[in-house]
Design a protein around this ligand. Structure first.
Ligand code: NAG
Ligand code: NAG
Ligand code: NAG
Ligand code: NAG
Ligand code: NAG
Ligand code: NAG
Ligand code: NAG
Ligand code: NAG
Length: 512
């Protein structure tokens, strides 16, 4: 039997034994032109989910074919503009979103650019892959978010540190079980992974099929002894559904003494965190009772760990800086403490969503433009620092679009009548473009003050309904192809600064 077929035989065997459920979700290979199957999972090319950016092939060889392509976005003149993937999702389903970045020297600079990633209207994190790339590794980021609509967006944006074009290598949207991390109110919060480790593990990352949702459990050896034998535990019904494999190894001590871990292994920003710690003993004859403290603050006292296991979690725990986990044997405990795994997420406050009415109307406005701005994807107003080009939004809990300014943007196409549904607009500035078609009925826009459509190629007549907008105080229509009569109610409207000439083809009003 050849070596290769032996491997095949073993992998077949392990698959048939464990029968993991198939992963549900979408795996997107950014920059790829064809799909691929890797470890039995199908990756699709990204063109169906994004209309901006440039697909690129790395020139250096990589082992993982997913890392060989990426999509790159122009950074010049694009500070604080987001470029978004828009992905179909199941409303109210819980998603693990994973982004992967591998720079591969694509920008002819030694170090990768630093930039931002955004999910829906919420700033997710800064993407700094410098250290991983220097070590020859790709970087991944993971978050857990609930879909609040039929699509979700994942956006890349240049920030003030960005010194070359941002990029993305892979994007995964995986549906996870309802019970996972369900102490979090996903209507208000999202989770940003900080660390997920299997303690005492030295081998490769634990992932699918051991973890049914393909979460990555990284090895964390620590300095304490780890039992090497397979552990015989019978845990079940943990809401977070951790892979059983994390219970095969543990950090423990041979003496009855405390364990002190610097974990997660990085300094944390001052924020609120979701923490879950996993424990299971392989011996049912010992009494393994200990206190768990985080930075000397009691987290769980007199934890009695048995083969049935325990998961202890905190939904909102404040942390800042370095973190120290201490496991101290309880008085009378005849064995040292033990820990198998842990997860820490930063709790992100979701920044909200632009009012649906405005979002739907803007999509229609976008569709009727032939060349809308490249960053018109994702949430129009949020995050606050990253609104769409030419959009100004209101403050406060109900987020409306209050101004649209696309003056001199080289736009062609027409102005969708649906713009009249954006009833919070006070300013529409669309002058100096190449818009064609007629001026829609805007009389429902009660807040409208300024309408500037000068220097386009609009045709047809001026709708007299414009005169019904009480607060309208500036109307510029010169240099179009308008015809008919200038409505009398506009000409006589008090306080209106009206410009209709030169450059139109109005007929003169009949002599009185
Ligand atoms: C990348 O490589 C693939 C396969 O060789 C090719 O089809 C595609 O056109 C290349 N893309 C670019 C942007 O060069
Ligand atoms: C990115 O990470 C590197 C290495 O950790 C660090 O030196 C650099 O300051 C970081 N850049 C930014 C903009 O945070
Ligand atoms: C979380 O999921 C578990 C298992 O389905 C359920 O028993 C529990 O009530 C859920 N908790 C919340 C807060 O929804
Ligand atoms: C594992 O546990 C089962 C029952 O819980 C027991 O029958 C079996 O002997 C144990 N195996 C080892 C290696 O301890
Ligand atoms: C973290 O922030 C909170 C509120 O902003 C503040 O009260 C607390 O002192 C900060 N903690 C540290 C360690 O900086
Ligand atoms: C411990 O496990 C053994 C078999 O593995 C079983 O016979 C015994 O009842 C268990 N003891 C307790 C206290 O659960
Ligand atoms: C709209 O944009 C133009 C050109 O960039 C600028 O001159 C004008 O002041 C802007 N109007 C508003 C209301 O910001
Ligand atoms: C608008 O009018 C100009 C000059 O009258 C003409 O050249 C142009 O073709 C017209 N454009 C449209 C879209 O009607």
């Amino acid at each position: 039997m050849s070596f290769l077929s032996l491997i095949f035989f073993f992998s077949l065997l392990s698959l048939s034994l464990s029968q993991p459920p198939p992963l549900k979700g979408l795996l997107i290979d950014c920059g790829a032109t064809t799909g691929s199957i890797i470890d039995g999972r199908a990756w699709v090319p990204d063109a169906a989910f994004i209309c901006t950016g440039t697909p690129k092939n790395l020139t250096t060889p990589v082992l993982n074919p997913i890392l060989s392509t990426l999509r790159s976005f122009p950074s010049t003149n694009n500070l604080r503009k987001k470029f978004c993937y828009v992905v179909p999702v199941y409303r109210n389903a819980k998603y693990l979103i994973r982004t992967t970045y591998f720079y591969g020297g694509i920008n002819d600079r030694d170090s990768p650019p630093v930039f931002d990633q955004i999910v829906d209207g919420t700033f997710w994190s800064v993407v700094n892959t410098t250290e991983d790339y220097a070590n020859g590794m790709s970087s991944y980021f993971e978050g857990v978010f609930v879909a609040h609509g039929k699509t979700m967006s994942l956006c890349i944006a240049a920030n003030t540190y960005t010194d070359s074009d941002p990029f993305i290598t892979a994007l995964e949207f995986l549906i996870v079980g309802d019970s996972l991390y369900n102490s979090t109110d996903f209507g208000k919060y999202g989770l940003r992974l900080v660390g997920r480790h299997a303690f005492g593990l030295s081998g490769p990352i634990i992932r699918y099929p051991d973890d049914h949702f393909n979460r990555f459990w990284e090895p964390f050896e620590g300095t304490y002894s780890a039992p090497t034998e397979n552990r015989n535990v019978s845990v079940s019904a943990f809401w977070n559904l951790p892979p059983l494999k994390i219970f095969e190894r543990a950090l423990t001590t041979t003496k009855v003494q405390p364990i002190e871990l610097s974990w997660p292994p990085m300094s944390l920003p001052n924020s609120t965190y979701y923490i879950a710690l996993y424990f299971a003993d392989d011996r049912n004859w010992s009494s393994r009772v200990f206190d768990v403290k985080i930075n000397n603050v009691p987290y769980y006292l007199n934890l009695n760990v048995t083969p049935a296991g325990a998961c202890v979690f905190a939904a909102r725990w404040p942390l800042a800086g370095a973190v120290k986990i201490t496991l101290t044997p309880a008085i009378g405990s005849n064995t040292g403490p033990l820990i198998n795994a842990g997860e820490v997420f930063e709790v992100l406050v979701l920044e909200g969503r632009t009012t649906t009415r405005d979002v739907i109307a803007l999509e229609k406005v976008k569709d009727s433009l032939k060349n809308p701005p490249l960053d018109w994807n994702g949430d129009p107003c949020l995050p606050r620092q990253f609104p769409w080009t030419g959009i100004l939004c209101s403050e406060g809990p109900q987020i409306r679009v209050i101004a649209l300014n696309l003056t001199n943007m080289g736009l062609s196409g027409s102005l969708s009548p649906t713009i009249s549904k954006m009833t919070a607009l006070t300013d529409i500035w669309l002058g100096y473009n190449s818009l064609t078609g007629s001026i829609p009925d805007l009389s429902s826009m009660k807040m409208l003050k300024i309408l500037r459509l000068e220097n386009n190629q609009l045709s047809g007549e001026i709708p007299p309904s414009l005169g019904a907008i009480d607060g309208l105080c500036e109307l510029f229509l010169q240099n179009n192809n308008l015809t008919g009569l200038v409505p009398k109610n506009l000409e006589e409207k008090p306080g209106l600064n009206l410009k209709t000439s030169p450059g139109n083809n109005f007929v003169s009003p009949p002599p009185p």
